[in-house]
Write a protein that binds this ligand. Structure first.
Ligand SMILES: Nc1ncnc2c1ncn2[C@@H]1O[C@H](COP(=O)(O)OP(=O)(O)OP(=O)(O)O)[C@@H](O)[C@H]1O
Ligand SMILES: [Mg+2]
Length: 160
């Protein structure tokens, strides 16, 4: 069965500032109990995007670091933010063991290396992001959940 999905955005992120503007825009659209599932190879800018989202939600971006070993970081902001790194998770049962359902109840959940656990996220209101190297910058593909959209006027160049 096809999933009901929202619009897809193909974006050019020529420099760090462009990734940060995308984060600012995402912060304006993300709501509690929504998930941003981010994929992208090493150093593609996943944490940079999350740092800008945290700042956009009124949190302290300096507290943001990859939760590679802690698995979960939490930040205080207008909405509580949960930052997960799924790199070391095997599958959705590892995610459940972290208390994912409870975490999602009131928070925005931002996940790096989300492909590890994406099947377990099928019931969530989910934004999907894939960031790829596109020298000297990056490109991103972003899929909004049904009924949601981004206001991209200021954000980035659009790919042809
Ligand atoms: N659009 C961009 N253009 C150029 N450089 C960028 C862009 N976005 C982020 N970067 C740079 O890429 C580097 C890696 O960023 P970041 O740590 O956010 O990646 P990551 O995907 O979280 O890495 P990891 O896989 O190690 O967790 C940083 O130096 C950052 O400034
Ligand atoms: Mg990272």
């Amino acid at each position: 069965m096809l999933r009901d999905v929202g619009p897809v955005y193909e974006l050019l992120l020529p420099d760090v500032a462009a990734t940060q503007r995308l984060g600012t825009e995402l912060a304006a659209e993300l709501a509690a109990s929504e998930v941003l599932a981010i994929d992208g190879e090493l150093g593609s800018g996943k944490t940079t995007l999350i740092r800008a989202i945290v700042a956009g939600l009124g949190g302290d971006p300096e507290l943001v670091s990859s939760p590679t070993f802690t698995l979960i970081n939490r930040y205080q902001a207008r909405l509580p933010i949960v930052h997960l790194d799924a790199y070391r998770l095997r599958d959705g049962s590892d995610l459940a063991a972290l208390g994912f359902d409870e975490l999602l109840e009131e928070s925005v959940v931002l996940i790096e290396w989300a492909s590890r656990v994406r099947p377990a996220l099928s019931g969530c209101v989910r934004w999907d992001a894939l960031i790829e190297h596109h020298p000297p910058g990056r490109r991103a593909r972003l899929q909004a959940p049904p009924g949601k959209r981004l206001q991209l006027g200021q954000v980035t160049g659009k790919l042809p």
